[in-house]
Design a protein around this ligand. Structure first.
Ligand SMILES: Nc1nc2c(ncn2[C@@H]2O[C@H](COP(=O)(O)OP(=O)(O)OP(=O)(O)O)[C@@H](O)[C@H]2O)c(=O)[nH]1
Ligand SMILES: [Mg+2]
Length: 337
């Protein structure tokens, strides 16, 4: 049986590394599914060295992220870091959890690369499983790294809290905005200022570019001084203007992270956050299972009868799970025998 016909992760990893084009999409589908399928993939992906570099592109809907990504792909294959000439793109689609396929617009805007062997483009949605994108995207990035892709670009619409967190799960985070009064302020409100390593004012062919740059500079002046002050690059993505400068700026940020040792620190911090996230998801799953099995019926009756309170009821569950000592027992507040 051809190796890609089955869904054994180990065989799929081997096939993907050998360049079989259907294997990598299969692996990412398993990641999207969540549950046992994605765990088997993670078991392999996280044990491989984390050697690929990731760039997040985020910003408001329609800011030009896909047009820009398309241009960055060209830069990456022509002027890749350390001579690398391959790139993966994940276009994250948080709004349609059941699409599971390509985002038509993105595919159209990146189609001049779709037949290039050096370019891998994939739209990703999560089918509403627990944790969703917050764990699926880091998992997918580790898969790309494990199959030997040196660079990954993640396009996300930076609207909600979860999307902003996903955008921040990359080594260099690029926040795209457009000229116009208030765009910088909107970005600030959305929490995009804190995660930006680089700002792009795209559609710089339009009026208001200078004002937007000034607003951004002012906001950066007001924030606490840090080792890295985000660069501001102006682009006209639809004409390819400023894109070489943007690629240079991404390279400068990467150099800064590598030479200062901050890359390693940032990756450790992200890993810690992801572990925390998975822990929360697993606990939530356990609670859901208990609920399904009717484990809380007695506690709920006691609550309804006014014989308990939510804190005590929750503590009793934790005691039953063995993650908390019984009150009065060893470690409890009252002295025990
Ligand atoms: N005038 C002008 N238009 C641009 C520029 N860059 C992109 N556009 C246009 O802006 C529109 C949106 O571009 P996209 O690249 O799809 O934007 P996006 O941020 O990926 O959009 P979503 O993924 O839907 O959030 C398209 O019609 C582009 O052609 C630019 O620099 N100047
Ligand atoms: Mg897009």
């Amino acid at each position: 049986m051809p190796v890609t016909r089955n869904s054994d992760p180990e065989a799929l990893f081997r096939a993907a590394k050998a360049g079989e084009r259907v294997a990598l999409p299969r692996l990412l589908s398993l990641v999207e599914q969540g549950g046992p399928a994605s765990r088997a993939v993670a078991e392999i992906a996280y044990r491989a060295p984390d050697e690929s570099y990731s760039v997040g592109i985020t910003g408001a809907p329609g800011a030009g992220k896909s047009t820009l990504t398309n241009q960055i792909i060209t830069q990456a294959i022509e002027r890749g870091f350390d001579g690398a000439d391959r790139v993966a793109v994940l276009a994250i689609d948080p709004s349609s959890p059941f699409s599971g396929g390509a985002i038509l617009g993105d595919r159209v805007r990146m189609q001049n690369h779709s037949l290039d062997d050096r370019v891998f483009i994939r739209s990703m949605a999560t089918r509403g499983h627990l944790g969703g994108l917050a764990v699926a995207v880091p998992d997918a990035l580790r898969v790309l790294s494990a199959v030997g892709l040196p660079l990954a670009i993640v396009e996300t619409v930076g609207v909600g809290q979860q999307e902003v967190a996903v955008a921040a799960a990359t080594d260099t985070t690029v926040v795209v905005m457009n000229p116009g009064w208030g765009d910088a302020i909107q970005a600030n409100k959305a929490g995009l200022m804190e995660i930006a390593d680089l700002f792009v004012i795209n559609k710089a062919d339009r009026a208001g570019t200078r004002e937007t740059r000034r607003d951004l500079e002012l906001m950066l002046d007001l924030s606490a001084p840090e080792a890295w002050r985000p660069t501001i690059v102006e682009t006209v993505a639809s004409e390819g203007k400023g894109v070489a400068e943007l690629w240079d700026a991404i390279g400068e940020h990467r150099n800064h992270l590598v030479t200062s040792g901050r890359l390693e620190v940032a990756r450790r911090t992200r890993m810690e956050r992801e572990f925390h996230q998975v822990l929360l998801i697993r606990l939530q799953e356990v609670i859901n299972e208990m609920e399904d099995q009717g484990s809380f019926v007695g506690a709920l009756e006691e609550l309804a009868a006014g014989a308990s309170d939510p804190y005590r009821a929750a503590d009793e569950v934790l005691v039953r799970l063995g993650v908390m000592a019984a009150p009065g027992g060893p470690g409890g507040s009252t002295a025990g025998g």
